[in-house]
Design a protein around this ligand. Structure first.
Ligand code: PEP
Ligand code: MG
Length: 323
């Protein structure tokens, strides 16, 4: 079994009928790069940079961040590296920031909301990212975007910092793709409009599911409502993918769902371009994809989206595509 998987190293992630997708990895620190390389990731689909800020008592400096981002880019060579800007708040606290106590942290002051308000710390991160852009194939991603204005503000700050760096004599790449996570239903609903302005989407299903179903991802009393295959969730995913393709952009997924064997045939059928997962899931996913037929799963999409429940979708996919 393990030997069989090893034979997939160096191969592309291609279906039985010749459709190729990108299989990339989620990381939380440069320490994860060893297993990422061993498991033949085709890039990084999500670098959760908040871990650089956690378990310490002050903000990481521009230089510290620069070193970390550069290491990731350097290790990955010319492969794509999607680095997500700070996603703190919700379940992830930074004691030294003195964030307000909130009744509903998952609906509160977190991620891009905090970064736009505290642009002093956001600008430091943007500078570090921009400075590393000449060392590899960097893509920058903003988390928890709920409105077009938030994206525009974040992008404007990025442009300002780029200009400042260039004025200071730094070299900055002109080919940095700038995208957003789609993890809030408002953004999925307005995906056609976002798609005109962003370079890519990455669907964050860990949050998209909780916000769509109104079921806290940490609360065991409502975990039965946390339903990844619920047709409502799948229809949002389809809408996002279709909207990106209509504008010639690409859509990835970096929530847990992207590496899930029941979800993979569904997502392939909906046209997902990039699957980002923990390194240990990469080769099993490549194997599964090699045994799937893109045309068959595409034909099944309508049936899947017309199911009424999470269970019905799961049963249908298991019966049709898992052996
Ligand atoms: C997500 O919400 O799916 C995601 C990848 O982000 P995080 O799990 O870090 O919230
Ligand atoms: Mg999230």
């Amino acid at each position: 079994e393990a030997e069989q998987l090893k034979q997939l190293i160096g191969q592309s992630s291609t279906t039985e009928d010749g459709h190729t997708v990108e299989l990339v990895a989620n990381i939380g620190s440069t320490k994860d790069l060893g297993t990422v390389t061993e498991n033949d990731a085709e890039g990084i689909g999500l670098f959760r940079t908040e871990f650089l800020y956690m378990n310490r008592d002050s903000l990481p400096t521009e230089e510290e961040q620069f070193d970390a981002y550069k290491t990731v880019l350097f290790t990955m060579g010319d492969k794509p590296v999607v680095i997500r800007t700070l996603d703190i708040g919700g379940d992830k606290d930074l004691p030294y920031l003195d964030l307000p106590e909130e009744l509903n942290p998952f609906l509160g002051f977190r991620a891009i909301r905090l970064c736009l308000e505290r642009d002093d710390l956001f600008r430091v991160q943007l500078r570090a990212l921009l400075r590393t852009s000449v060392y590899g194939n960097l893509k920058i991603m903003f988390p928890m975007v709920a409105t077009l204005e938030e994206f525009r503000q974040a992008k404007a700050l990025l442009e300002e910092e780029k200009q400042s760096l260039q004025d200071e004599g730094y070299e900055v790449s002109n080919n940095i793709e700038v995208g957003i996570m789609v993890e809030i239903p408002s953004t999925a609903a307005l995906a056609d409009q976002f798609a005109k302005e962003v370079d890519f989407f990455s669907i964050g299903t860990n949050d998209l599911i909780q916000y769509t179903m109104a079921a806290d991802r940490m609360n065991e009393h409502v975990s039965h409502l946390y339903q990844p295959y619920h047709p409502a969730v799948l229809r949002l995913i389809k809408q996002v993918i279709d909207a990106s393709h209509a504008e010639g952009k690409w859509t990835g997924m970096c929530g847990e769902m992207a590496g899930d064997e029941v979800a993979i045939p569904i997502l392939l059928g909906l046209g997902l371009d990039e699957f980002s997962m923990s390194a240990s899931s990469l080769l099993p996913a490549r194997k599964q994809l090699s045994q799937l037929n893109k045309q068959t799963v595409t034909d099944a999409a309508t049936t899947i989206l017309n199911q009424q429940t999470n269970e019905a979708v799961k049963d249908y996919v298991t019966d049709q595509f898992l052996n």
